[in-house]
Design a protein around this ligand. Structure first.
Ligand code: HEC
Length: 277
């Protein structure tokens, strides 16, 4: 009886996992280009230099269309992220203006942004964002790296891939950024651009990347490929700012469980050594 119940529960669990998975896989048409990011795997950590470069790409290239309203400037200085110094964070924030108030006269006023402020959005609302982009919506990028998957395929391969390489969100972003091409049959569509990796292939975003589109402070050459990798890594951090903390905690828990098992084993041996058997 118990066995039967367990079997039913297991079958239901697998079925629900498969249902969830096929729904995700359907949102991605083409397998993304696999990149070996430093933050993959059980011990993977972000590359600070890459996160700082990725922020620069977001700021100089993407931020004219895409908001990242879940981030605050101070997050850029927190451990596990780009780790800009407090002075750098203040200087970055001060480049933006935010509305504050009301003051003693009941009036709203503009002031330079402070580290505690949220990232300033390029448009005041969705309608304005659409109006500037031919009706298409440049979505908020705060969580995009977790909202998209890069791998297709059946349950077994997609899950084992995800175990080692993550779900491929940053790879998907990278692939879309470098995936612009001429449509195979020479077709053109008004206001849309052919992209090998965007589901459905026709995307309203014009290719945002240009060779040397930014100037990196650390001397890295700003190829399109490099910028796409860096901004994809930055967006992964933005979507999971506590990734490094999570991984190191997970590792400590494993060590703890290991030591506990050894102690339990020794205890068991000691207790049973006194029993005739
Ligand atoms: C000129 C405005 C503009 C710029 C600059 C821009 N985007 Fe976009 N982006 C858009 C629009 C509009 C869409 C919506 C496209 C659509 O729905 O077809 C979009 C869509 C996307 C998507 C969509 C994917 C999806 O799966 O829904 C990603 C990822 C993305 N942009 C990333 C970026 C990154 C990263 C940058 C900077 C390197 C950038 N964009 C720069 C306008 C822009």
């Amino acid at each position: 009886m118990m066995k039967k119940i367990m079997r039913t529960i297991a079958a239901a669990a697998i079925a629900s996992m498969m249902a969830g998975h096929s729904a995700q896989a359907a949102s991605v048409g083409v397998e993304a280009i696999d990149i070996d990011f430093s933050f993959e795997g059980m011990f993977g950590t972000f590359d600070r230099g890459q996160l700082q470069r990725g922020f620069l790409v977001y700021k100089e290239v993407c931020a004219s269309c895409h908001a990242m309203s879940l981030l605050r400037y101070r997050n850029l200085g927190e451990p596990g992220g780009p780790e800009f110094t407090p002075e750098q964070v203040k200087a970055i924030a001060a480049q933006y203006e935010v509305q504050d108030g009301p003051n003693a006269d009941g009036e709203m006023f503009d002031r330079p942004a402070l580290p505690r402020d949220a990232f300033v959005s390029p448009f005041p609302n969705e309608q304005a964002a659409r109006a500037s982009n031919g009706g298409a919506y440049p979505l908020d990028l705060s969580l995009i790296a977790k909202a998209r998957q890069g791998w297709t395929g059946n349950l077994a391969t997609a899950y084992t891939t995800a175990l080692w390489k993550g779900t491929g969100g940053p790879e998907y972003i990278y692939s879309v950024l470098v995936g612009y091409a001429d449509a195979p049959n020479g077709e053109e569509r008004e206001g849309l651009h052919y992209n090998k990796y965007f589901p459905g292939h026709w995307i309203a975003m014009p290719s945002p990347m240009t060779e040397d589109g930014v100037e990196y402070g650390d001397g890295t050459k700003a190829t399109v490929d490099q910028q796409a990798r860096d901004v994809a890594a930055f967006l992964m951090w933005a979507a999971e700012p506590k990734m490094e903390e999570r991984k190191s905690l997970g590792f400590k828990v494993l060590i703890y469980l290991f030591i506990l098992s050894v102690l339990m084993y020794l205890t068991k041996k000691m207790i049973w050594s006194r029993v005739e058997h």
